[in-house]
Unconditional design. Structure first.
Length: 562
């Protein structure tokens, strides 16, 4: 059938199973938005307040549903406003399709109005990107983009379409059922052999002090069940990265909590004293290893990952298995010997009892109490999003996650302003779940314009602002390492978040006592409507434990004198 480029875009997206698009229109992409209008019964569009919010929403949608997120933006500043969101998705391996439209083909490269080489700009932060110069190739490029975004280690792909291509006509042939089946068959990235699996099993079976270091790749591959089987069969303690938080229930006896700069005493000490570290779907981030010369220095490292580029990149391995984590563990687990708890497990359990003293005697309104109360009300049916900073680490430390894909946060890029958009995408993709967004007052300012989106669509997101009136994490570093020179980290100039919420038709309340927070959260939960709870907390509340930069991860600050 003969279709124009805009029709081909919509038809091919629907063919790929896309039901929701996030975006913001503009002149160059107007033809596609006109076609979107005509197909509004077949595909949903969520209009955000800003393109960056749209990119984070598509990211949150993808992380929470396991589908591919899709975002639209126009040329020039519309396209560049996506860059932070694309980079966020790239760092955390999120499948995302960004479709931008550029000036017409004859105007490319001539500094035309609202023209930018968005393909050149995003080249380092995408798995691949395309400039479509021939409408006859448009459908196949979109199909290829989805395959790239979802194959191997997932990530974002950008498609830039000049405006004249969106109006040009070409023959469009829908895929047959067999072609669809072939298209949706994932490429085989399993490079391991039976010898690799046997060698890995031998390492595990001979280890006396094994530890699993669980990364986000476990959840991306859907290997939570296989991870648990390995850990329980051989009684191996499991330390989790920030991105691996929901791969194993925080309450599981073998879970030792987060590893790294703000990791637990149990995780950091266990890894430091292990004789075998089994890294699964993890990339040995600097926030995990701190000093590579001292990290797990007495341990053999077995690295299981789908991306061969991660092997020996930051830490030298003793052995590796390259492949999809789920596929690897399915082959590996039958060869692993059953093992009862040993003295090693007893030691790790003793270390788990070591918590910073400040967390045993809480003041009136403490992040730990907030996390525990929220969890008690919505356990198992929640998605939690965060911004970046102290509050992010408190959630990672204190919120007892029990279900996969229930924690959305920017790990690799550390994007302040990520969480509000991500909460929108999560709520749109999971309408029956409770979405709670935790934010610091500094981060929340960055994309609080997305309250317009939340209010317009009446998304029942509960936003909890841990409001200390400062850039908390930066102030903490200034407090500990810069002799309390608090340069430009005090936020004493508004806005009033309660009034801001009301301006967007959202209920808001400010609390400073635990009892008041509980009442406010209960009311927000029962209302089924969006709400903001602005929680006043002390400006010098610390995130502890903490490993000073460049130190060994077992060199933990557990207490700070006031």
């Amino acid at each position: 059938m003969q279709l124009n480029g805009s029709q081909i875009v919509i038809e091919t997206l629907i063919e790929q199973g896309v039901d929701t698009i996030f975006g913001y229109p503009g002149g160059a992409i107007l033809n596609i938005y006109d076609e979107l209008y005509k197909n509004s019964a077949r595909i949903r569009h969520v209009l955000t307040a800003h393109e960056q919010g749209a990119s984070h929403a598509a990211d949150g949608y993808a992380r929470s549903t396991g589908k591919t997120g899709v975002v639209f933006a126009t040329s020039g500043p519309g396209a560049t406003n996506l860059v932070t969101g694309i980079a966020t998705a790239y760092m955390d391996s999120v499948p995302l399709i960004a479709i931008t439209c550029n000036v017409g083909t004859p105007l490319l490269g001539k500094d035309s109005f609202q023209e930018v080489d968005i393909a050149g700009v995003t080249m380092p932060i995408t798995k691949h990107n395309f400039i479509v110069r021939d409408v006859n190739r448009l459908a196949d490029i979109i199909r290829q983009a989805f395959r790239i975004a979802n194959s191997g280690r997932p990530g974002p792909v950008l498609i830039d379409i000049p405006k004249d291509i969106t109006a040009a006509v070409a023959e469009f042939t829908p895929l047959s059922e067999s072609e669809k089946k072939e298209l949706f068959t994932k490429d085989n990235y399993n490079k391991f052999s039976s010898d690799d699996i046997k060698a890995a099993a031998e390492l595990i079976n001979s280890a006396q002090r094994p530890v699993i270091y669980c990364g986000g790749g476990v959840s991306i591959s859907g290997a939570e069940k296989e991870l648990l089987e390995l850990a329980e069969k051989a009684n191996i303690p499991v330390a989790v990265s920030l991105m691996g938080k929901t791969a194993i229930a925080s309450t599981h006896p073998l879970c030792t909590g987060m590893i790294g700069m703000h990791g637990t005493k149990a995780s950091n000490t266990a890894v430091s004293q292990s004789d075998l570290l089994i890294a699964i779907g993890a990339r040995f981030s600097d926030r995990v290893i701190s000093n590579p010369k001292t990290f797990a220095k007495n341990s053999k490292v077995l690295h299981i990952d789908i991306d061969p580029a991660e092997i020996n990149k930051n830490i030298q391995t003793y052995a590796s298995v390259i492949g999809d984590v789920k596929a690897v563990l399915k082959e590996l687990n039958p060869l692993v010997n059953e093992r009862k708890a040993t003295e090693w497990n007893d030691k790790v359990n003793e270390w788990k009892k070591n918590v910073p003293p400040m967390y045993t005697a809480l003041e009136d309104l403490h992040p730990k109490a907030i996390c525990e109360y929220v969890h008690s009300k919505i356990d198992g049916n929640e998605i939690v999003t965060t911004e970046v900073g102290q509050h992010q680490m408190w959630i990672a430390q204190f919120y007892p996650f029990t279900t996969p894909r229930s924690f959305l946060t920017s790990g690799g890029l550390g994007t302040m302003g990520y969480g509000t958009g991500a909460a929108i995408g999560a709520q749109v993709g999971n309408p029956t779940k409770h979405v709670v967004h935790f934010a610091g007052d500094g981060s929340f300012r960055m994309n609080c314009n997305e309250l317009a989106t939340i209010g317009h669509y009446q998304l029942p997101i509960i936003i909890i602002i841990l409001d200390n009136g400062v850039l908390g994490m930066v102030r903490q570093w200034q407090n500990l390492f810069y002799e309390k020179r608090f340069s430009q980290t005090t936020l004493d100039f508004g806005p009033d978040f309660v009034k801001l919420a009301e301006a967007y038709g959202i209920s808001g309340i400010r609390v400073s006592k635990e009892a008041d927070f509980k009442a406010a959260f209960d009311k927000a939960l029962e209302s089924g409507k969006p709400a903001i709870i602005d929680c006043a907390i002390p400006k010098d509340e610390m995130v502890l434990p903490m490993v000073p930069g460049g130190k060994s991860i077992d060199n933990l600050i557990m207490e700070v004198e006031s």
